[in-house]
Write a protein that binds this ligand. Structure first.
Ligand code: HEM
Length: 216
């Protein structure tokens, strides 16, 4: 039994299991999106022309105009199904906090990290998608101008680690919860998660530095 289910018993039975599936599947789809997004945006490091060509193709296939709002709906849906286990009231938060301190269990803390990062990503991810999708087409020069304009750099410096933490913790929890990785292999999974987090942070930092140094 996990600390969230101990504290916040949710409806038992098939419907809850079904919602758990939807939570996992929507989360896995978003993880794939974030990894693909990070790789595509980082193409600016190789060359701004490559990033422009990818963005052009993306918009030509309506992946930004239609795919963007669809992704936003998926983003909201994932939060909606996951939110049924989040303690929004003060008393619930106090119980979770005291259980986490009492259990001293790494995976319970990881759940708290996921909840806190989820709230911030919900707000910041929405702002980011609105800023980019309401100013199409995407070009390396426009992205560089935005990031060089001041507040956006700090916005991304905050958003990147939040996304990395949420994605890596989510991947780890999916692997453990759904039995993809057995207990005996958890150390290997932890090492893999740490490696992925470091790789994602490095790619984000290099991408942001490239945007900062691009002539606009
Ligand atoms: C269709 C939806 C999306 C599009 C078209 C898009 C596009 C972009 C673009 C063009 C940039 C470069 C900076 C800029 O222009 O301001 C960027 C950066 C970034 N985006 Fe997105 N984005 C989308 C969704 C998301 C989502 C859902 C997240 C995560 C919550 C996210 C996280 C980030 C982060 C952290 C950066 C900073 C640079 C990096 O780490 O690669 N984006 N995005």
């Amino acid at each position: 039994m996990t600390v969230d289910s101990m504290t916040y018993p949710v409806g038992k039975g098939r419907s809850d299991a079904f919602l758990d599936w939807l939570q996992m599947l929507s989360g896995a789809a978003l993880i794939i999106f974030v990894l693909a997004h990070m790789t595509l945006v980082s193409s600016v490091v190789v060359s701004p022309e490559i990033m422009n060509a990818i963005a052009e193709k993306y918009e030509h296939l309506y992946l930004a105009q239609i795919g963007g709002p669809v992704l936003f709906m998926l983003f909201l849906f994932h939060f909606y199904v996951a939110a049924r286990k989040i303690p929004f009231r003060r008393e619930g938060q106090k119980i979770i906090w005291s259980h986490a301190k009492m259990l001293r269990h790494r995976d319970t803390w990881l759940w708290i990290v996921q909840v806190v990062t989820a709230m911030l990503i919900l707000v910041m991810g929405s702002i980011h998608m609105w800023a980019v999708l309401s100013d199409l087409p995407v070009t390396a020069a426009k992205s560089a101008a935005r990031i060089q304009s001041g507040p956006w750099l700090f916005f991304y410096i905050a958003l990147c680690p939040l996304v990395v933490l949420h994605v890596v913790a989510g991947l780890y929890r999916i692997a453990v919860k759904w039995g993809v990785v057995r207990d005996t292999k958890r150390t290997g999974l932890r090492k893999f998660s740490m490696g992925l987090a470091i790789a994602m942070i490095c790619i984000s930092v290099v991408t942001l530095i490239r945007f900062m140094t691009l002539a606009v």
